[in-house]
Design a protein around this ligand. Structure first.
Ligand code: 9GP
Length: 827
């Protein structure tokens, strides 16, 4: 029962809002009550996990009233909402963020202290939900944080993967993937609602029949069905009493297990349907190098968008809502191509289930979606074989064909006689296999299409979707990515935050990052620079403790901390960073480089490679092998060290970034859509060494050329070189340093004499090098020399670092959200 059937006086427990008292005593009582009556233990009997769960539930209870109020307020005054459809949310730990947004950090610390508990120990107990791969998933998490902080009615939809991205460990330097059972100890942050499960169909067939008015209607009879159970997560705004919702779907069997079969003794078959259904939300991005993996991925995508659309239309809108007005109430933001199957799904709902005419339905659908593209790599723009899509979603394939027919008619009208263009623009590709191009489908359906940094948006228009940009120039726009200052400055870097607040005389910068501009004059203040250096030193100390405890690694705190943390991919060019390391080592060993000219430096890597990405895994192994040799060689003692802690994740990022001096953003120009790590480093006072790629371009423009180490080919130069014919070995032949570096790796020096082990990486660089690392090698080394020179003057370095912080307020995800609101959502 819902709505008016209950007495209004009994809507909430006590009075209009019920929150525990905001005092240390109140907090202690709430905590003990959670421990006693929630966990069923006395304090003296409790385990750390009991205490962590009780603490989490305590903090949660302070958010609960705001969550109920926000929902209530939104229902009472319905406006246009944003539904963010994303296959990934890389949330990071929740406890710290919840304490920050409720302003309870110090009360909770005192309360735990009174209970004889070290709150840091409880915080360490939290397993972060690994529900994302990298930048795209973390961006989604930053966006929902900003939307709550800005009180924008938002719902985030996604998948509650039972296993997040794998846990990485190293064996003999090689990546080993372990499952990430992040729910093993229970998650206090989620609220399951099995009673609100949604049914989703797969397979089967379609048939046409006349409806009561004699109109032809299509009926899809799926072959099998699964249940999507929603799990709700709170998304608290920063100290504003707003809590939005993230709704993640978990797959369950439609019919439980087969009792008859079970009783007959065939236990495996009895649970088969359950297993097949539950596999859908079992693992984040299963390895899709097998056909079964590909199919599962499409199932995941359809599963979560079908649940989400149904949920919005049937459960969020009032029962009597006229769907003609749907665009006034919702914009579905498609986060990359993963959720694009939502387009034909909405058409199916409107036409087949709600009885709309095709044209009416299309007019509605076209106003309800916007599409963000996050890549320039062709392999990341998904295409689904027609055979697979038709087998899994027969009705959707028919709808896609019809959308395509109508669209191509439009193209023919705009460009009569240009059949070559028609073929180029078709949503259906004919070669090498008949497939559906999801980016095209998204572009045709969306109100707006955006890239994620200025350069990326331009390349998207010019190179990836040029025909579409010509047909609909007004559809294309840019929104440069951003990061949440709450998690990545205020929470991750308490010391810098304190210094900034003291200097600006206000904490308002946490929600208005442009205020950081006020720090600019302080770059010239020697006392401030000294304080700034102390903050960095303290952060290095914290990182040293973390790395020692977590990985048994020793961080040299007096070194320049040079960091490259991101997913491992050839285009990001971890191998170029490695060549730099080896060139230093080789230089010292061969006598070319006097040791006193090597700035004491620790190079810190963090990266996971996709399980099926062979070369990326070879690169990881090689980095670890080089690290082992360099770190052991007495000749480099105190001068060069390479650290590669395993299993880089959000939590480790929060410790590494504030401690970094140098941020490596060295992708080949034109390949990194934006990057967001680059923004986090700059805002935490690291200087960037980077190419003119992604959001580096805007960072450099804002901080100024003098405060950024730019190197390498520009995007047009890359294209020109490619056209001319890129021959990597010619760089090897012409550059003695490069030659000596590659020869040393190739000789097996780092791989126990085995040439074979290093060969995959070296041969690829010498003979293919698709991302032109060798072409940029010399320029990169020269830029590193400039880094050394600048670092030698610590005071000047601090000045540059402060200017980076002061001038990067633009990269707040609050600004990104304002841009989406103004340019795209109008919500
Ligand atoms: O590779 C991009 C990265 O550059 C960007 O910062 C991030 C968020 O926009 O998205 C990444 N893209 C993907 O993960 C897949 O397209």
């Amino acid at each position: 029962r819902r709505g008016s059937a209950f007495p209004a006086s009994h809507e909430l427990a006590t009075g209009p809002v019920k929150s525990p008292p905001v005092t240390v005593d109140g907090f202690v009582q709430e905590f003990l009550s959670e421990l006693n009556y929630g966990q069923g233990v006395k304090l003296s009997q409790s385990t750390i996990n009991d205490q962590y769960l009780a603490l989490a539930r305590t903090v949660r209870s302070y958010l609960m009233a705001a969550w109920l109020e926000t929902g209530h307020r939104r229902r009472k005054n319905p406006t246009k909402m944003v539904a963010y459809l994303s296959a990934e949310y890389l949330l990071g730990r929740q406890l710290g963020n919840a304490l920050l947004s409720t302003n309870l950090i110090s009360i909770a610390e005192q309360a735990m202290h009174e209970c004889g508990i070290d709150i840091a120990e409880l915080r360490a107990q939290e397993i972060e939900p690994g529900l994302g791969n990298g930048g795209l998933g973390r961006l989604a998490a930053c966006f929902v944080d900003s939307l709550a902080t800005m009180d924008v009615p938002t719902i985030g939809y996604g998948i509650r993967y039972e296993y997040g991205i794998f846990r990485q460990s190293f064996e003999d330097g090689r990546q080993v993937e372990q499952p990430d059972p992040w729910l093993r100890l229970g998650s206090p942050w989620e609220f399951p609602h099995p009673e609100r499960a949604v049914t989703v169909g797969f397979g089967g067939q379609t048939e046409e029949s006349a409806d009561e008015e004699g109109r032809n209607r299509c009926r899809w009879t799926p072959e099998r069905q699964v249940r999507g159970v929603p799990y709700h997560y709170m998304v608290p705004g920063y100290r504003n009493g707003v809590v939005n919702t993230l709704r993640l779907w978990s797959a369950e069997a439609h019919e439980g297990f087969d009792l008859q079969v079970f009783n007959s003794g065939d236990y495996a078959r009895a649970t088969q349907a359950q297993t097949v259904a539950e596999n859908i939300s079992k693992v984040l991005y299963p390895d899709d190098s097998t056909p079964q993996g590909k199919e599962l991925r499409l199932q995941q995508q359809y599963f979560f968008v079908a649940c989400s659309l149904h949920d919005f239309i049937e459960n969020t809108l009032p029962g009597d809502f006229d769907l003609q007005n749907l665009p006034k109430r919702i914009i579905f933001q498609l986060n990359d191509t993963h959720p694009v199957i939502a387009v034909p799904e909405l058409m199916r709902l409107l036409v087949d289930e709600k009885g709309f005419d095709w044209d009416e339905a299309w007019a509605i659908t076209q106003q309800c979606f916007a599409y963000t593209c996050h890549t320039l790599l062709p392999e990341a723009l998904e295409v689904w074989p027609v055979e697979l899509l038709g087998r899994l979603l027969p009705r959707h394939l028919e709808i896609i064909y019809r959308i395509n027919d109508d669209f191509l008619a439009q193209v023919r009208e705009a460009f009569p006689g240009d059949e070559w263009r028609v073929r180029r623009m078709s949503i259906i590709a004919e070669h090498p296999q008949r497939s559906v191009r999801m980016a095209f489908l998204a572009t045709v359906a969306a109100v707006k299409v955006n890239g994620v940094a200025a350069l990326h948006s331009q390349l998207l228009r010019d190179n990836v979707l040029p025909d579409f940009a010509e047909l609909w120039p007004e559809k294309f726009t840019n929104v440069t990515n951003g990061i949440t200052p709450r998690r990545f400055v205020r929470l991750a870097n308490r010391r810098l935050s304190g210094l900034v607040t003291e200097a600006l005389g206000t904490e308002e910068w946490v929600t208005d990052l442009d205020l950081l501009r006020g720090l600019e004059p302080l770059a010239d203040d020697a006392a401030f620079r000294e304080q700034f250096r102390q903050v960095k030193a303290a952060n290095k100390n914290r990182l040293a403790l973390v790395l020692e405890g977590r990985d048994g690694l020793v961080l040299e705190q007096d070194h320049l901390i040079d960091v490259m943390v991101k997913r491992l991919h050839e285009y990001k060019r971890q191998s170029l960073k490695l060549l730099h390391v080896v060139s230093l080592y080789e230089g010292v060993r061969s006598g070319r480089l006097p040791i006193e000219r090597v700035t004491p430096r620790t190079v810190l890597f963090g990266a996971k490679a996709a399980p099926g990405y062979h070369l990326a895994k070879e690169t990881i192994a090689l980095i670890n092998h080089v690290a082992a040799v360099v770190n052991e060689d007495p000749i480099m003692q105190g001068r060069l060290k390479v650290l590669f802690p395993a299993n880089y994740n959000v939590n480790l990022a929060e410790k590494i970034i504030p401690a970094a001096d140098l941020s490596e953003q060295i992708s080949l120009a034109g390949k990194e859509a934006s990057g967001t790590g680059n923004m986090k480093f700059a805002l935490n006072g690291a200087l960037t060494i980077g190419t003119d790629d992604g959001a580096n371009v805007e960072i450099r423009q804002l901080v100024g050329d003098d405060n950024f180490f730019l190197f390498g080919l520009s995007e047009p130069e890359v294209e020109a070189l490619r056209k001319e014919g890129y021959v990597p070995s010619s760089y090897y032949e012409q550059d003695p340093v490069l030659r000596a570096t590659l020869d040393l790796i190739g000789s097996g020096h780092f791989t126990n004499g085995s040439r074979h082990s290093a060969a995959a990486v070296v041969d690829n660089l010498l003979h293919h090098d698709p991302f032109m690392a060798l072409a940029d090698f010399q320029a990169y080394l020269a830029a590193q020399d400039r880094v050394d020179e600048a670092y030698a003057d610590q005071d000047a370095w601090s000045r540059m670092a402060i200017l980076n912080v002061a001038r990067c307020g633009f990269f707040s995800s609050d600004r990104s959200m304002r841009d989406y609101l103004d340019k795209i959502w109008h919500a």
